[in-house]
Design a protein around this ligand. Structure first.
Ligand code: MN
Ligand code: MN
Length: 306
């Protein structure tokens, strides 16, 4: 049996970096594990890997007969399609507990922190394995990304302390400036096909039998969407019909103003009002202070479908 570590579908920087950092740690303690991914790299992740000299993990979507560690999720919907034919060896995550289960005992490291890589740093400390400089660099970037440069309500003191320790190892003087550099890469959306944007950071959730798709684009200025908002909305409607979804949401998150404009297509016209008690103004729904899908968007929706 070959063992792999893989993050969620439509991988973000946390999933990609988590796989690389976890695989290095396991190999360092004598357990061969191969880092893998379920999809293409985002421009942000490509920037991070280029900056610290890493290749993308192995692209691999089928795991039947393999051993698998799952990072950055625990939902069947987000995992490899044939995960039920693999041996689940462990879960390293920072989301709500999902519906993945196992047939044999497994290793679980799940903490309510801002990033999987903060949990992986705890694992390095536990095993007393030194983190190489370039791995510390990509782990730091993953944490700056997931915590939106410490602004997300998911960010904890553990994440901040972790970044301080990683910055020392990686010799990065100003982690926040590096974080800002990453979000500028993320904000360069001009010229990107609409469907690619909608699906850049997109997750499907099964909420009591209802399929709800939620995408998020985090930028430093929402003006980058001014000319394409109508196209984005039209594509959400298409995506809803194609996937038989109850609702499709796209959060346009302004990390400077610290809130999100919500684009929404749903079978329930009252969905936003029920979830956040907001009305649309001039055809726009602004969710003030909402930066985190996992903490501020998924829970209120789940309550509606409970
Ligand atoms: Mn993720
Ligand atoms: Mn994450």
């Amino acid at each position: 049996m070959t063992n792999y570590v893989v993050g969620h579908k439509i991988p973000d920087s946390d999933s990609i970096v988590g796989a690389i950092a976890f695989a290095y740690l396991k190999n360092a303690i004598g357990e061969p594990v191969i880092a893998a991914r379920l999809g293409e790299l985002s421009p942000e992740t490509q920037f991070i890997l280029d900056k610290f000299g890493f290749e993308a993990p192995l692209y691999k979507t089928s795991y039947a007969g393999d051993g698998v560690y799952i990072v950055d999720h625990s939902d069947v919907e987000l995992a490899p399609d044939d995960i039920d034919q693999a041996t689940l060896l462990g879960i390293i995550d920072h989301h709500k507990l999902g519906d993945l289960t196992s047939s044999t005992p497994l290793e679980c490291w799940i903490r309510p922190v801002g990033c999987t890589n903060t949990v992986i740093k705890m694992m390095y400390d536990f095993h007393q394995v030194e983190i190489p400089k370039n791995i510390a660099g990509i782990m730091l970037c993953a944490i700056m990304s997931d915590t939106v440069i410490f602004k997300s309500p998911t960010c904890t003191t553990a994440d901040i302390k972790c970044v301080e320790a990683l910055a020392e190892i990686a010799e990065i003087d100003d982690p926040k400036a590096l974080g800002m550099e990453m979000f500028l890469v993320k904000s360069a959306v001009a010229g990107t096909p609409i469907r690619d944007l909608v699906k850049r950071d997109f997750k499907d959730f099964n909420m009591n039998g209802h399929k709800i798709g939620i995408g998020q684009l985090e930028v430093v200025d929402l003006a980058v969407f001014d000319d394409i908002k109508a196209e984005l909305e039209a594509d959400l409607a298409k995506l809803k019909a194609e996937g038989n979804r109850h609702s499709v949401l796209l959060l346009l998150t302004d990390i400077m103003k610290e809130g999100s404009e919500l684009l929404l297509v749903s079978d329930d016209a009252e969905l936003a009002k029920k979830a956040w008690n907001v009305e649309s103004k001039n055809g726009q729904i602004w969710l003030d202070g909402v930066l985190s899908r996992k903490k501020q968007v998924v829970p209120p929706l789940q309550k509606i479908f409970a």
